[in-house]
Design a protein around this ligand. Sequence first.
Ligand code: ADP
Ligand code: MG
Length: 371
Amino acid sequence: MTKIKVGILFGGRSAEHEISLQSAKNVIEALDKAKYDATLIGIDKEGKWHSFQDSAFLLNETNPKLIKLNQSSQTEVAVALGTSERPLVPVSSKKPHSMMQEPMGVDVIFPVLHGTFGEDGTVQGLLKLAGIPFVGADVLGSAVGMDKDVMKRLLRDAGLPIADFLTFRRFERSEISYDKVKERLGEPFFIKPANLGSSVGISKVSDKSTFEKGIETAFFYDNKIVIEENITGREIEVGVLGNEHPIASIPGEVIPHHDFYSYEAKYIDADGAGLKIPAEISDAVAAELKMMAVKVFKTLECEGLGRVDFFLVDGKKILVNEINTIPGFTKISMYPRLWQASGIPYAELIDRLLQLAIEKHERDSRLRSSV
Ligand SMILES: Nc1ncnc2c1ncn2[C@@H]1O[C@H](COP(=O)(O)OP(=O)(O)O)[C@@H](O)[C@H]1O
Ligand SMILES: [Mg+2]
């Protein structure tokens, strides 16, 4: 059997660069070597792509804060557009003994990238132009899943329950008044950049004095912000897997040990949050969450995988918070653990995702591109 060449894409120009490196390391280790050959492609913080030798692609790999790409074992590559047998092309390197001299073939890519330039449709667009099958949502699903304003409007249109929210663009800044926001949404409320993740740029505002700072912070990161009513509830997450007929995992709960599930709680504080799998909820609520997770996934044009995050108020009222189209993928991350607990172990999950990517690509390749 010829092995399938899998490109693992990791790093990236995002606040989640380091978590992506950890996810990639776990994915590479778990890949079925009898079936797949891995090609490692790391994107540095400037956005350049490099191929790596798998033995030494990371430095400080056991330290989540200091983990980084090992630049001494890298060769810069570019992606050739149009369908090509060997789409990964080395960029002429000054090194005399560049590891990779020839263009490389790749049958499918797993973008283990989170956030900006990874989860937002940009990389997906590039891979489509290069004709390479890839894991996860297409351009539209990725972009929609990333934009909290557009995402919420689509969820609302589908009749899915969400927190009340307001959207403002930078040019409307002078119209954003604390009193008007408070009148509509109550207090406290959340101010967020529309397109970001990892809780970066998010503030919980409970009085006028922190309002301006919250608005300013969100506009550091995006030209569009959303302001949401505060939901007092538990945070429950459900994994979704599949293309046309997606299935949902059992629900799990995130229990933040901070005021909310902030950047610190997610990545800085080792004890910032606890994961409880399965979530302690009634069977009826679990069934409702699973059904809604699949509906969210379909409504937002997602494929492959997604983690749908909910708020559960008073043990019964469900509100959709958001979708993550490339959720954290280390062995101890919520998404793989939800599937593990639902009967799909880590290595099998990766296998299924790669198969789904290939199926999606074959389906789409049959479409006519000219009259
Ligand atoms: N409307 C809200 N009510 C209560 N908590 C919220 C609300 N919005 C966000 N949070 C808190 O902030 C965290 C991050 O917000 P989220 O919208 O999920 O952004 P991100 O995409 O950065 O994860 C949530 O996990 C939750 O703890
Ligand atoms: Mg979130």
